[in-house]
Write a protein that binds this ligand. Structure first.
Ligand code: SF4
Ligand code: SF4
Length: 200
């Protein structure tokens, strides 16, 4: 019959329309703006409307999700921040689009390099989110972020101050990676201590 496809298409739309209300009633007060509601609407069991009301609602990202990297610092017991980056420059060398710039700190007395960056820039508009910098960093100092809401009307060149985030943030977004890195760091420190003890 001519028009049968249009009628069945409208039937699908009508079914979704009705199902939305049925699911809204079944999930009263829990379907929108709640983690369990978003998870339900993303599952195969959902009915009706399943779109996410962005930006009020956001889909959770998996641990390995990669956006622009950030630099990690540790909070010391005396309240100081210890930046993990030693300004070795490996990340800048391996970065495929060359969007990392680092200025090393020099000791004003001796002129010798100090293992702390004086300046650190990442051009977020050029970064291709590949994660090479984080993979190659020997000090777990640069980590791929989950924060993808950085759009702006200006060119997005992030400086040291904007890039620095605490280790606790790293732990909150990538708990499995954080624990693996922490275990490796503990093992390295224990090996170093054992070597020093053996040499003494
Ligand atoms: S982030 Fe890592 S690889 Fe890059 S300069 Fe700092 S220590 Fe080196
Ligand atoms: S994620 Fe890739 S492109 Fe972006 S700064 Fe790191 S190495 Fe460069």
């Amino acid at each position: 019959m001519f028009g049968k496809g249009i009628i069945s298409g409208l039937g699908v739309t009508l079914k979704r329309f009705v199902d939305t209300y049925l699911d809204d009633i079944a999930w009263w007060g829990r379907r929108y703006f709640k983690a369990e509601g978003i998870a339900h609407r993303s599952s195969k069991d959902t009915r009706g409307v399943f779109t996410v009301q962005y930006p009020e609602e956001k889909l959770p990202v998996p641990e390995e999700f990669r956006y622009v990297p950030f630099l990690v610092y540790d909070d010391l017991p005396d309240g100081e921040k210890e930046i993990r980056c030693t300004s070795c420059g490996i990340c800048a060398k391996v970065c495929p689009p060359q969007c990392i710039w680092i200025v090393r700190t020099n000791d004003p007395q001796t002129g010798r390099p100090v293992p702390v960056p004086a300046e650190f820039y990442i051009d977020a508009d050029i970064c291709m989110n590949c994660g090479f910098c984080a993979e190659y960093c020997p000090f777990d100092a640069i980590i791929m972020d989950h924060d993808y809401e950085i759009a702006s009307y200006q060119r997005n060149v992030m400086n040291l101050e904007q890039l620095l985030k605490p280790a606790s943030y790293y732990e909150s977004i990538r708990p499995v990676n954080y624990e693996r890195n922490a275990a490796e760091r503990r093992a390295k420190q224990a090996a170093k201590a054992a070597k020093a003890e053996a040499a003494a």
